[in-house]
Every structure is written in C-alpha cells, then in structure tokens.
Design a protein around this ligand. Structure first.
Ligand SMILES: [Zn+2]
Length: 182
C-alpha cells in the first residue's frame, strides 16, 4: 500500500475504534505520521544505502522497532508525550498489518533469523506479494480509497470550522456536537 492508502484507511479504522471505545485523547495528526512511519524510515535508508529504491522494508518494518517504540512509550512520564507516542505506535502497527509483514518474517523478526536485513526481492513469499501478487490496479484503488477518506474528512472538518482546531490540536471532531465529547 502507498501513503494515501495507509493514512486514509488507518484514519477511518482508528476513528471508528475510538468512537466505539470512547477514546478521545488521540492526536490524529501523529497517527497519520505513524501510519507511514515505517516507510519514512526505511525507504530513504534503502535509497541511500542499497540498490533497490522502491520497496524499502527494513528496521522500520520490524517487530524490534515496534517493541522499541512501545518501550519508549512505557518509559515516558509526561502524559502528553505518552499519548503522542501511542498514536505513533498504533499507526506503525497498522502499517505493518497493511504491508502484510507476516509474509516477510526475516525482516519482521530481524535479527532473529539472519544478522543482515534481506534486500529485495526479500523472501519467496515477499517476492510474490510485491512483484506478482498484488495487481497495480488494486494498489491504486486503495490509494484512491485512502485519498478519498482524507479528502472527505478534511472537507467535513473545514465545513464545520474544525480544520484549524485539528491542525493545532490533532483532535478529530467533525461537528460542534461531536466536539463536545472529544
Ligand atoms: Zn511499508
């Protein structure tokens, strides 16, 4: 999945879960960054240090990275910082699910199986997923869905004078009534 798909679909899933479980402390700006964080880490690294420029999966997509982020969150004492880190962590976890990381166990569980991170075409299953298994049309369909979710969300926020509030606080209350509870 590409950035718009990751951000838009993660936003809709987490917003729905937050509404169901009445969680209103999430910073959705940070969640959006977290939803592409593994790619923000790995893709530039792969471009700089490896030969394959597109399908960068490495430390940022690993279980070790998620555990490290979680551990830092546990160590933080400031509640505001904790909330920020959880939003980042939730976004990164969902990113790995959408990237089907169970097809890339050598990367996901690195360095458990091998000392060096594999390069593309990665592992047998990974090769199928990345190069043959996901038709390009589906990838772009998810981009359109994710981009559409983001666009509609921002339009609703703007129509309800909530866009600036979202940009300043990360709170995602679409209407004034919604805003009373979040
Ligand atoms: Zn990724």
């Amino acid at each position: 999945m590409l950035p718009l798909g990751h951000m838009g679909i993660t936003l809709s899933i987490v917003r729905t879960a937050a509404w169901l479980f009445r969680i209103n402390s999430l910073d959705y700006r940070v969640l959006l960054v977290g939803s592409i964080l593994p790619d923000l880490i790995d893709k530039p690294l792969r471009i700089l240090f490896a030969t394959e420029p597109i399908f960068g999966k490495g430390f940022g997509h690993s279980f070790l990275f998620l555990v490290s982020l979680y551990s830092v969150g546990k160590l933080l004492r400031n509640n505001q910082h904790k909330t920020t880190l959880w939003a980042l962590w939730i976004g990164a976890v969902i990113h790995d699910v959408f990237d089907l990381m169970w097809f890339f166990p050598k990367i996901f569980f690195w360095p458990a199986f091998i000392p060096n991170l594999p390069k593309a075409p990665y592992e047998p299953w990974g090769q199928i997923i990345h190069f043959y298994g996901v038709p390009i049309r589906q990838v772009f369909a998810l981009e359109v869905v994710g981009g559409g979710i983001l666009l509609v969300s921002f339009i609703i926020l703007a129509l309800n004078n909530r866009l600036v509030r979202f940009l300043k606080t990360g709170k995602l209350s679409y209407t004034r009534r919604d805003g009373l509870s979040s």
